[in-house]
Design a protein around this ligand. Structure first.
Ligand code: PMP
Length: 318
């Protein structure tokens, strides 16, 4: 969005074409709005001023996860992950973004009728992209609190699917954390093991090894989680995926959260107990530094993580 541009003039992708945000509104009785029957993604774009280039991070992986979420909810996306990633690039180009961006693709049950169910209700798909402002503001480290809200169980609703309605769980936990003076919530699973933040996965460091909850701990299997694991492995660290107890959080030497919006964020304290010496730990810092370069296409090893929006289009335009 160029400066001075209004939301109404933003170009979005909806009902199979590019249109103005103002021309893509949904009705009050829309199923997805009434019952939370939708799936979504959060994809990041990183602006590199020197090159005047916008790099989109792991778009295909996000659309693959969206396909999986949709399958669980008996929905269908209109195109393949590759085709939707291509539309995302075109959408960013049409908006002429020259800033960090946040991209929100979503598929939702679109009938305007009463009746909670999944079958026989039509699906609609859209992508909205907007300029991004830091998810945790200027914070360099987070003060986290354990939530009294447990992370949704897979026996209640599919935790590994990014489902609109499930975000009531995150919203309750996050609001409670803020009300208690924290920046972010950490939720436990029903069996009392650490699951994740309201919109981030969690890693702890013990004796120089990284530990993160395995995918059966009701986590959303984050794209950033995978990036952090790849970087950590390539830096020579050991990663263990296993259940984590609450009290292990208090004695970890480092803790960090990962998410598309949050990036890789050090945790400064948990339940008012300082993590390590309260500063960003050396292992966290090493992973963050590589990640920050990688998302801007500056790490040759991970160059295929990002796709430039403008490079090919400039060539095509001659
Ligand atoms: N858990 C939840 C509940 C989330 O909403 C997110 C953000 N999508 C994550 C974890 C992190 O996932 P990703 O790294 O793919 O953004």
């Amino acid at each position: 969005m160029r400066s001075g541009m209004q939301l109404d003039d933003l170009i979005v992708y909806a009902r199979g074409d590019f249109r103005r945000y103002a021309d893509a509104k949904v009705g009050l009785l829309t199923h997805g709005l009434q019952y939370g029957t939708g799936c979504f993604e959060g994809v990041r774009g990183f602006w590199e001023q020197d090159e005047r280039e916008l790099y989109i991070l792991h778009a295909r992986d996000h659309f693959r996860r969206l396909h999986d979420s949709a399958k669980i909810l008996m929905m269908k996306l209109p195109k393949s992950a590759d085709a939707l990633a291509e539309i995302t690039l075109e959408l960013c180009a049409r908006n002429k973004f020259e800033s960090e961006v946040y991209i929100r693709p979503f598929v939702y049950k679109a009938d305007e009728a009463i009746g909670v169910r999944l079958e026989g209700v039509k699906d609609e798909f859209a992508i909205v992209a907007i300029p991004f402002v830091g998810y945790f503001g200027e914070a360099k480290g987070l003060r986290c609190g354990l939530s009294s809200w447990r992370r949704i169980e897979d026996t209640v609703a599919p935790a590994r699917a990014k489902v609109t309605g499930i975000y009531i769980n995150s919203a309750l936990a996050k609001s409670e954390a803020i009300a208690n003076g924290f920046d972010e919530a950490i939720m436990l699973s029903h069996d009392g093991h650490v699951s994740e933040g309201s919109a981030e996965n969690i890693f702890i460091v013990k004796n120089g090894d990284l530990i993160t909850p395995d995918p059966t701990q009701n986590i959303l299997e984050g794209v950033t989680r995978r990036c952090a694991m790849t970087i950590a492995r390539d830096l020579g660290f050991t990663i263990v995926e296993r259940p984590i107890d609450r009290s292990e959080l208090y004695t970890a030497s480092e803790v960090f959260l990962t998410g598309s919006a949050a990036g890789i964020m050090p945790v400064e304290s948990i339940d008012r107990r300082t993590v390590g010496d309260g500063k960003t730990g050396t292992i966290t810092k090493a992973i963050m530094d590589v990640y920050e370069r990688a998302v801007r296409g500056k790490e040759p090893r991970y160059r295929d993580w990002v796709t430039p929006v403008y490079a090919n289009r400039r060539v095509a335009a001659g």
